[in-house]
Design a protein around this ligand. Structure first.
Ligand SMILES: [Zn+2]
Ligand SMILES: [Zn+2]
Length: 286
């Protein structure tokens, strides 16, 4: 993949910058404190016209919501991350459903299973995951799933619960194995590509994405984590979604603008509430 010069993030092919969405970032994290206006402006310069900032502890929901209320391009999701499931109070579907009434509340999560560092809390994580699924079902909003080293349990629970009642879902920062990718796609879910897809060792992952249907792919940064090349090891930020989009375009053998447009259509289908909010705003301006 070509290395852009001096912090350049915008794509080179095409006269205009194709609009894209960072479907998963954490703008309330202290990494961005005092700099959020610049971070969001740089994102806009790179074509990232929309971001979803994700809550990792329900107790932080007011701060996450405040970012979305202050910045027009930002939407938000709320839930409790699996790595915090054991130390935070258990969420309830009623709680999530009530919070979801906010016009910029666009998704449920992040929730999921992470057995990499926190396998000892597997039972609590699973209980919390099922609560988030119930909230996704009730609200019709997409569930945002974090999965690490838990492929079998993840596929089993998502499938079991889907049988009990349908819901929509994105496997955020997808970096699990073939079987979980297949299970998720079979359920009609989406896979979100992060900077990990550009790491040299991610050969299997690139294969999984290249084999997936284009109409199920989203892109994200997971900022401040996981900066893609050429920024690897530094703080990540939403502007770098453009790097991931470029990797995706290469994988699918498409011009940048075409891949970008496909991920936009996918985002608007899944995160329908964010799309509705944007359309209403456009209508008001016209
Ligand atoms: Zn995550
Ligand atoms: Zn995250």
């Amino acid at each position: 993949m070509p290395t852009p010069a001096s912090g350049e993030t915008a794509p080179q092919d095409g006269a205009h910058i194709a609009p894209i969405t960072d479907s998963h970032c954490h703008l309330d994290f202290p990494d961005f404190a005092g700099e959020l206006h610049q971070v969001i402006a740089r994102a806009g310069d790179a074509g990232v016209h929309r971001m979803v900032t994700i809550c990792t502890r329900l107790s932080n929901e007011p701060q996450v919501r405040a970012v979305a209320e202050t910045h027009a391009p930002v939407f938000y999701a709320a839930g409790t991350h699996p790595m915090s499931a054991a130390t935070e109070p258990m969420v309830t579907a009623d709680q999530l459903e009530a919070l979801a009434a906010h016009p910029k509340f666009a998704g449920i999560g992040e929730s999921g299973l992470d057995y990499h560092y926190t396998a000892e809390s597997a039972a609590v994580q699973q209980e919390s995951l099922r609560v988030h699924i119930e909230a996704a079902r009730r609200t019709g909003l997409p569930l945002i799933i974090h999965a690490r080293d838990a492929d079998d349990d993840m596929a089993r629970i998502l499938t079991e619960e889907h049988r009990a009642g349908a819901y929509s879902c994105v496997m955020h920062c997808f970096s699990s194995g073939h079987a979980l990718a297949e299970a998720a796609l079979d359920l009609g879910f989406y896979l979100s590509m992060s900077g990990i897809a550009a790491f040299p060792r991610s050969t299997d992952l690139r294969e999984i994405f290249a084999a997936a249907p284009l109409d199920r792919i989203l892109i994200e940064t997971d900022a401040p984590y996981l900066a893609p090349p050429p920024h690897r090891g530094k703080r990540n930020e939403p502007a770098y979604t453009a790097h991931t989009a470029r990797v995706g375009a290469e994988l699918f053998g498409l011009p940048y603008a075409e891949f970008a447009a496909a991920t936009e259509a996918n985002f608007e289908r899944l995160f329908w509430k964010a799309a509705e909010w944007s359309r209403a705003r456009e209508a008001k301006r016209a």
